[in-house]
Design a protein around this ligand. Structure first.
Ligand SMILES: [Zn+2]
Length: 413
């Protein structure tokens, strides 16, 4: 992976920020956030987050990516500001519910109308470096979704990247990362098992280029073992016509996705290789490549034959719904509070020999599901070539999909 840093562009972002009366560092933060957000092999669709700490007369201020913004086209208002000092006081507070954390962060916003800072805001605050970057890079996920990788991470990065076992995003992960950095404050980044990578440095360029360097090291490690992770490939979008019509009708009849559920069909060499695997039924139920993906994709997809009739489509949807309900009933009793079951319709439909459908209540949601699953195919193919694709457990997937913060959003709607 190559650095896309450009001195002229960086200067322009800094100068534009200053012309608006903002610090140049905030302009540079916008610039490298966009560099990250515009590369689908670093982050996809609102994934990842970035921050910058800026000294001010009244004390240091931290800007962290706000929810609802995409790094690819972020602007300064998408990086809400908070005073750093009160955030750092939570380092000694062992527990905080995610709702309390969101309220706490909101109470320290300099602009009370700003968007909610990322749920990783405290993690960003705890890293002492001025710039902090977080991605779910494709090559990193190939290696992150494996068992027992601590020695491999040590080998690949020669001790420059600290190890953090899987912890659910939010307060606990922030503390786990703080503890990992305390064990070795000399590291330039943190490896989050089954999740992604953080890098940090004193300048925007350095933190961004560490990210590129570490992703490149992961790519080289895989390449040395004969594994290449292809970039996103050209997509054949010609879906089997009868299948599209019957599938759209069958989904619309179930109501849960509104009147006109959208389908995004695609087929690439990586998708076809994934669909052609003998262990597809088991592999497709193993889990998502990052904890975030489960919110868009659900924990598993639905398999369907290319020549399925309308009756067979309905049977497959019934089967998926039963499987999804069983997953809910297996896991909900372990949750701290009562959960409301989400709709039992698939977000990705796998059609061996043809391609995949992203499914959503509108075309945008269907496309996002399609993009995320296209990346999933590339990650899983390479992860299986390396050793064994090993994402987070079903219980952890459930905790993410039914996260209290996500459920709260639903209850509001
Ligand atoms: Zn993440």
């Amino acid at each position: 992976m190559l650095s896309r840093w450009n001195d002229k562009q960086a200067e322009a972002f800094g100068a534009e920020a200053e012309a608006r009366g903002e610090p140049a560092a905030l302009g540079l933060r916008v610039y490298t956030s966009r560099l990250i957000g515009q590369d689908p092999d670093l982050v996809l669709h609102g994934g990842g987050n970035t921050s910058v700490k800026i000294p001010a007369a009244e004390g240091t201020v931290i800007h962290v990516k706000g929810s609802g913004w995409d790094l690819g086209d972020i602007e300064a208002p998408g990086l809400p500001a908070m005073r750093l000092a009160p955030l750092l006081e939570t380092r000694d507070v062992p527990r905080m519910s995610d709702e309390d954390m969101v309220a706490f962060l909101r109470s320290h916003l300099l602009d009370p109308s700003a968007p909610n800072p990322s749920v990783e805001a405290l993690l960003h605050a705890y890293m002492p470096h001025a710039f902090v970057d977080h991605t779910h890079a494709t090559a990193i996920l190939v290696l992150a979704d494996q068992a027992d990788m601590e020695p491999v991470v040590q080998e690949i990065f020669g001790g420059r990247v600290g190890w953090v076992p899987y912890v659910m995003p939010g307060y606990d992960l922030s503390h786990a990362c703080k503890d990992a950095l305390a064990r070795d404050p000399s590291v330039d980044g943190l490896w989050l098992a089954q999740h992604g990578l953080f890098t940090f440095a004193e300048t925007a360029r350095e933190s961004y280029e560490l990210m590129i360097e570490f992703v490149t090291m992961a790519e080289a490690y895989l390449a040395a073992r004969g594994i290449t992770v292809p970039a996103p490939e050209d997509t054949d979008r010609t879906a089997p016509e009868a299948l599209v019509r019957d599938l759209a009708d069958a989904l619309a009849a179930r109501d849960a996705l509104g009147d006109e559920p959208a389908l995004d069909f695609r087929s690439t060499p990586a998708i076809r290789a994934y669909l052609g695997r003998d262990d597809l039924p088991e592999l497709a139920r193993r889990g998502t490549v990052t904890p975030d993906h489960v919110i868009r994709l659900k924990p598993f997809g639905m398999l369907l034959q290319a020549g399925a009739t309308r009756e067979e489509i309905d049977a497959a949807l019934d089967g998926f719904a039963a499987e999804y309900r069983a997953y809910f009933e297996r896991n909900a009793p372990h949750a701290a509070e009562e959960k409301v079951m989400l709709d039992p319709l698939p977000r990705v439909i796998l059609v061996p020999g043809a391609g995949i459908f992203g499914v959503g209540a509108n075309m945008k949601a269907a496309r996002i599901a399609g993009d995320l699953f296209e990346q999933t195919c590339r990650v899983v193919n390479a992860a299986e070539a390396y050793r064994r694709f090993t994402p987070i457990s079903e219980r952890d997937l459930f905790d993410m999909e039914y996260w209290s913060l996500e459920q709260a959003k639903l209850k509001k709607q």
